[in-house]
Write a protein that binds this ligand. Sequence first.
Ligand code: FAD
Length: 440
Amino acid sequence: QNYCKPTGQIHDACCDYETVESVNHDLFDRLHHLVEQPYFRYHKVDLAKECPFWEEDGSCMNRACGVETTDEEHTPEAWRSYTLGKLNHTSSQTSSPAGCNEISDSDFCVLEDELDSEGVYVDLLENPERFTGYAGHSSARVWKAIYEENCFAPVPFIDPSRSTFEGGSGFAHVPTSSSSGLGGLGGGGGLGGGLAMGGWGEAEKRLMGSLAGPKDPTEEVCLEKRVFYRVISGLHASISVHICDDYLDQQTGEWAPNLDCFITRIGQHPERLENMYFTYVLLLRALARSGPQLVQTLQDTAGEQETRDRLAGLVKVANGCPSTFDEKSMFSGKEAQLLKDEFKDHFRNVSRIMDCVGCDKCRLWGKLQVTGLGTALKLLFSYDGASPLSSPLRPDLDPQAVVLSRSELVAFVNTLHRLSESLAAVDKFRMLWAKRNFRE
Ligand code: FAD
């Protein structure tokens, strides 16, 4: 059995595995160099926020869970002046254009304000996403809570071809308790109790059974719900790949790829691998579609010329690639707006759950990547037609235009890089697998 070589069409995307791998081959080095630029290296994050849903029993004490922070003085001066300028600029306005804790309608995440004094600067290169040893009850509880956000309104699918249902996505909206913010979790009750690891399989099936994979009998779940699940599962798979790729051998104290870890967590679950490719595809589409806006944001938030050139080069390559995802197929039916609102509510809750991760390093990357995915969703679904070139410094240009903050851009590019690296790691595991088989 070949655990690592997926082939053929990726469900819900417009491309196959081979195409995505070839695109990744073209983009990987460019992305790698881009995230080494100071602009994308330093990220401000609040790691001390309390979990809004339950009392966390304390942080992971593993050394590998620790995060090295960077004094603000070590970050490029241009941004400090930029953020100070923004402070003056926004203090005279009723609403902040970029990244405040208030949620604007276009946002799929609860964003942190870069001006927030609680946040700390982190050098992402110095704090790589890798094995930390964070596991057990705390991490299982967080994953369970995240997947529970999949529980959109429990309305049975209505197949338009077999009923009088007209058009639409097959999703009938019923407001959920989570639409009001915390209710979806607090009211659930089920999250308070522990989760026996042995029972997770059943819980997982129950929670997402109708969304799982192509062989599932209820696979006719509407596209939007499937996409939500695939993005979460794809992120989870990518995190697992990074854990296995940069794994600590506790016997020798060495960091190295762990093939068995990969086989158990990913290789034996082709649907997880597919979801990871799908998540990458969605991010790629956001990059290709919104290139000018991303470059403009970089320019308006004190991005250096070299970084701008590199980002523009990346966008150009992405634009030359075959289309990977058709965002117009989503939120286009009868219930489009209601469905989009619910999708946003659920995704915002996922971003709040990140403050419940009990390991600082995992929390850092979890928060960053959920923000990165939320930014991609915002770029794909919060405006249509031509991309408006609005910017945090010029919100007056078009009040309807989507505005990105520096944090969102940093999160988006780094998340794209995480997924790109995960795909490259699959290739590496493929070779390790072949080598092992050859020896046996
Ligand atoms: P888990 O990965 O905890 O999975 C729980 C259950 O979810 C599984 O039993 C399975 O039923 C289901 N599942 C697993 N993968 C998928 C998937 N892709 N799609 C659908 N269902 C799935 N640990 C680190 O060492 N380093 C990190 O950087 C790190 N970051 C984390 C970030 C977040 C946001 C969270 C919540 C946890 C993080 N962890 C990290 C912990 C790590 O993800 C695992 O929880 C931990 O390693 C225990 O793994 P596990 O094998 O018990 O299963």
